[in-house]
Each structure stands twice: as structure tokens, then as C-alpha cells.
Design a protein around this ligand. Structure first.
Ligand code: PLP
Length: 388
């Protein structure tokens, strides 16, 4: 099946009289009448569920669906994207080592590396992964590389294929946060990544109504992640898994529309007074354009950013004037939202660190929704108009 069909059908095998939509199974525990049967299920020799921290049917459907979409052997769904990221890191680098992470990255990931892993003995090197020369030096001492398919917040696109191959030559695994691109636009495992994780809170769920994370990779590695998730107690609850799978069913149509709308808005903002820079991977002015065209052939999704002349005051004025767009700290929903990295995703960085990435007081990140593009462009244009 092609990706659009997989998004609709993956994760479940329907038989005669199966419910077409999955039933919600909130049961924390299943009953057994045979001790051998119970042991066979616990050992994984027989399919079934016995306790909700270990497995659940709704979680299983979601895990299989995301794994199929990413072309992975297996997946594990967890309580948040951060739980998924943490578990992926510990599975790939169980002992302290040097982690080379993309310099421009989600602030929560940077905080996890600095505040939890560094004190535990890991060395963290933040490197511009769009600069393959810099990466070539850094990878020599690395035990793990962490990249984002599309970086947060300025939407650069590192050459995941080249990074994976340079890492493989030195036996260094690549972990990719594929939250912004989703498997509908990019499948990093096919480009050589060892593990892919998602904040399913964003595009996979797609409706801003759940918090979830998913890790996909080979059976051995995801087995390690699953066992630890059960031990430390970070699995995704049944209702959130049910919601995430329901959202996933429309991923293809949503990602097409997000991609079209973000490019339309990016192009329109280029000629709006007061907008000094527009960041979108598929604008030919973007330094990432050649790589983005190659790796994101189906579109770049809904994320983009721009820099506004006038800093925080100008951003505040724009937010007050919006009629349709809303300020919100997340992304990937059907509605267009803006966030302000200085106080949202990148608040754990210092002003100097943000400035070194090119994130300033006028930087606005946009999660472009699936509304009519004319309405989105019109709302930004009127909110940024200097005449009101
Ligand atoms: N990765 C990226 C790129 C994100 O934007 C986020 C959250 O904003 C996360 C990971 C963390 O996901 P969650 O909030 O589901 O824990």
C-alpha cells in the first residue's frame, strides 16, 4: 500500500464482524483461566494483553500503524514525545558517551540533554548539522547523533542521508526526531537512521487534543524501549492512543494541505512590510532548499518561521490583532497557531544561545493549519499592517 492508504488502514487487521473503528479498551488488567496461558502471554509467546502498563490493544494499534508508516519493524507508544526521546536515547546509548545533537533543536530536547543527561556523565556537543564539515569532525568522538528532520524553530533541513552514512562508517547510530515532517513527508529509517521518534502530540494526532510519543525502529531496540517503558511506567493511556490513531487516519490529506498552506503563507510574508526574514525549507532563498527539495519531495509540512522588525512589542501587537490565528505553545494541529520561541519552545536557552542560532526577539514560529490559505494569509496581512 502507498502511504496515503497506509495512513487510513495501518495497524489493524479486520476480520468478519470486526468493528470498523477500534473499540476503546480502558481495561487496566485482563483475566485468565489458565496459568500456562498467562505465562505464555507474559513471555510474548502468545498474543494478548495482561496488564495495562505492559500493553493495551489501543496502544498496540497505534504502535503498529506508526511503525508501518515509517517502514519500521516495531513501535512503542509513550506518554509524551519527551518520554519517547528519553527512552530512545537510553536504548541507543545506555552508558555515558558523547551525544552530538543538532545545534538548532527543540528547547525541551536541549533541556533534557543538559539537565538530565549531562549530570549523568554524558557529554553533549551541539553542532550545526547542516554543515557536514563540522559534523565530520564531531562524529569522530560521538557515541550517538540526534537530528531533527526539520529543525525547530527555523526549519533548516540537515542532510539526514549523509549524516547517517558518515555515522555508520564510524559505528555511530542516528536518532531522528521526525515530528515536523511525519512519515508522510520523510522516512528517516530508509535514509539510514537507527531510530525515529515522534511527538505524536503534533501532526500524528493532529487535533491538539492529546499528548503522546512514539518510538519506531528494529524489533530488538524497540523491545528494549518497551521493556523499560513498562518498568519505569511511561506507556501511553488507551484513550490518547485511540485519539492518536483516529488522527493518524487523515495524516496524508492534512500533511498535503499543511504543506501547501505553509508555502503560500511563506511566499506572501516575503512582501509584507515589517517582515525581515522568512524561514521555510522550500523557499529558494532558504540555505536548506537543495537538501529540502531532495528529502522532502512531497512537501515540507506546516512549520515555518519569520522575523519581525520591532521585536516583542511588534509580536504582541500582531497577536492582539489576529482574528483567526491564535498564539499557542504547541504545533501540528488543524488550526493555524503562532508561538514565540523566546518564551515557549526555546525558553530554556539563554538569549546569547538563541541569538547564535538566529532566533531573536522578533522571531515568530508558525504552525500553519489546514484552513483556506486565503484566510490565513489575509489574517497575517491585516495583523501586520502598519496602518491600523
Ligand atoms: N520534539 C519536537 C520537535 C517538539 O516540538 C516537541 C514538543 O513541542 C517534542 C519533541 C516533545 O513532545 P511532547 O510535548 O509530546 O513531549
Amino acid at each position: 500500500m502507498k502511504a496515503a492508504s497506509l495512513a487510513v488502514h495501518a495497524g489493524r487487521k479486520l476480520e468478519a464482524r470486526s468493528p470498523l473503528a477500534p473499540e476503546l479498551s480502558p481495561a487496566a488488567v485482563h483475566v485468565f483461566t489458565d496459568l500456562d496461558d498467562y505465562e505464555a502471554v507474559v513471555r510474548g509467546e502468545r498474543h494478548g494483553h495482561y496488564y495495562g502498563r505492559n500493553s493495551n490493544s489501543n496502544r498496540e494499534f497505534l504502535e503498529r500503524a506508526v511503525a508501518e508508516l515509517e517502514g519500521a519493524e516495531a513501535g512503542v507508544a509513550m506518554a509524551s514525545g519527551m518520554a519517547a526521546l528519553h527512552a530512545s536515547i537510553l536504548a541507543l546509548a545506555p552508558r555515558p558517551t558523547t551525544i552530538v545533537a543538532t545545534r538548532e533543536l527543540y528547547g525541551g530536547t536541549a533541556a533534557l540533554l543538559r539537565m538530565d543527561l549531562e549530570p549523568a556523565g554524558y557529554e553533549i556537543a551541539f553542532v550545526d548539522l547542516t554543515d557536514l564539515n563540522a559534523f565530520g569532525h564531531a562524529v569522530n568522538t560521538a557515541g550517538l547523533v540526534i537530528a531533527e528532520t526539520i529543525t525547530n524553530p527555523l526549519c533548516g533541513v540537515p542532510d539526514i542521508e549523509a549524516i547517517a552514512s558518515m555515522g555508520q562508517q564510524r559505528g555511530v547510530p542516528l536518532l531522528v526526531d521526525n515530528t515536523f515532517a511525519t512519515p508522510l513527508l520523510c522516512r528517516p529509517l530508509e535514509l539510514g537512521a537507527a531510530v525515529v521518534m515522534h511527538s505524536a502530540t503534533k501532526y500524528l494526532g493532529g487535533h491538539s487534543d492529546l499528548v503522546a510519543g512514539v518510538v519506531v525502529g528494529d524489533a530488538k531496540l524497540t523491545g528494549t524501549v518497551r521493556a523499560r517503558s513498562a518498568r519505569v511506567g511511561t506507556p501511553l493511556g488507551p484513550f490518547d492512543a485511540w485519539l492518536a490513531l483516529r488522527g493518524l487516519r487523515t495524516l496524508d490529506v492534512r500533511m498535503r494541505r499543511h504543506s501547501e498552506n505553509s508555502l503560500a503563507l511563506a511566499r506572501a510574508l516575503l512582501s509584507v512590510d515589517g517582515v525581515v526574514r522568512v524561514h521555510h525549507p522550500l523557499l529558494d532563498t532558504s540555505p536548506s532548499f537543495p537538501v529540502a527539495r531532495r528529502l522532502l519531495g512531497r512537501g515540507a509540512g506546516g512549520m515555518m518561521a519569520f522575523d519581525l522588525d520591532g521585536g516583542r512589542d511588534a509580536v504582541q501587537r500582531m497577536i492582539e490583532r489576529f482574528q483567526l490565528v491564535r498564539f499557542a505553545a504547541s504545533l501540528g494541529g488543524v488550526e493555524t497557531t503562532v508561538s514565540y520561541p523566546e518564551i515557549t519552545s526555546h525558553r530554556s536557552m539563554t538569549a546569547e544561545e538563541r541569538a547564535s542560532l538566529g532566533v531573536g526577539p522578533g522571531t515568530v514560529r508558525v504552525s500553519v493549519g489546514i484552513e483556506d490559505p486565503d484566510d490565513i494569509v489575509a489574517d497575517f496581512t491585516q495583523a501586520l499592517s502598519r496602518s491600523c
